[in-house]
Design a protein around this ligand. Structure first.
Ligand code: ADP
Ligand code: ADP
Length: 227
């Protein structure tokens, strides 16, 4: 589904963020990219939706080289969630979630109906749709971020430390919610964290990176814990 073949990324200032990465992520399931800060996880993630272009090698999604795809079309099939949900402050929660469907020309009624459905899917009360982002807690805002990323039902979901800024209790709730959602939706999820416990909880596969952008190993958690 997503593949990296001999992929490197060198930033213009000379930093090698990713070094000769070979990685295959089959369809469905959660792959967690884990490792200390600066080891290339975010860069790897952003090469999937072409926010970052590889310096060499080939990144492909669904068998297609991302550099040959139309970037806008590529991103329609890829939801993206970051640590600070990045909601539009002057739009209601419902309109935030409906952003992509509206861009796709769904029409207001249908986009709002879809947004209301998603609100429920991520476990938010129906009346929160009328609220504005600042009226929600950090954890609730992250749920909205997930709902927004899922609005157009993309097959791939990229998550970059999505629960990194919430307190441990809420974080556990959000992790459980993600596992529940995933058992229903079966997306191909790529999840970045520096927290190994989170990686073990969520990952069907864990890809361990070390400084310099090297992939050390990618395996199911049970195999990693046994070795
Ligand atoms: P991680 O997500 O594991 O923290 P990143 O992919 O963000 O790692 O960064 C990998 C390395 O590349 C780090 O040394 C970081 O400082 C560097 N880096 C990231 N983005 C840029 C950029 N736009 N320009 C230059 N260096 C960058
Ligand atoms: P994170 O919270 O994922 O660690 P960072 O603080 O590393 O994020 O990066 C924030 C932004 O700055 C990103 O867009 C990243 O690409 C960019 N960036 C990170 N490191 C560098 C760097 N050394 N030089 C230039 N840009 C960088």
């Amino acid at each position: 589904m997503i593949s990296f073949k001999d992929v490197s990324k060198h930033y213009p200032n000379g930093t090698t963020a990713v070094d000769r990465l070979d990685l295959e992520l089959p369809e469905g399931g959660i792959t967690v990219l884990v490792g200390t800060s600066g080891c290339g996880k975010t860069t790897t993630l952003r090469m999937v939706n072409r926010m970052v272009e590889p310096s060499s090698g080939t990144v492909s999604v669904g068998g297609r080289d991302v550099l040959e795809a139309d970037a806008a079309e590529l991103r329609r099939g890829i939801g993206y969630v970051i640590q600070q949900a990045g909601l539009f402050p002057h739009r209601t929660i419902l309109d935030n979630i409906a952003t992509v469907p509206l861009l796709l020309g769904w029409g207001r009624r249908k986009a709002r109906a879809r947004a209301a459905e998603l609100l429920e899917l991520v476990g938010l009360p129906g009346d929160s749709g009328k609220r504005y982002p600042h009226q929600l807690s950090g954890g609730q805002q992250q749920r909205v971020g997930v709902a927004r990323a899922l609005a157009a039902d993309p097959p791939v979901l990229l998550m970059d430390e999505p629960f990194g800024a919430v307190d441990p209790v809420v974080r556990t709730q959000l992790q459980n919610e993600l596992l529940r959602l995933q058992s229903e939706l079966r997306k191909t999820v790529v999840f970045v964290t520096h927290d190994i416990d989170e990686a073990v909880r969520l990952g069907d596969r864990i890809a361990i990176f070390r400084t310099g952008g090297h992939l050390v190993q990618c395996a199911p958690p049970a195999e990693l814990l046994a070795s």
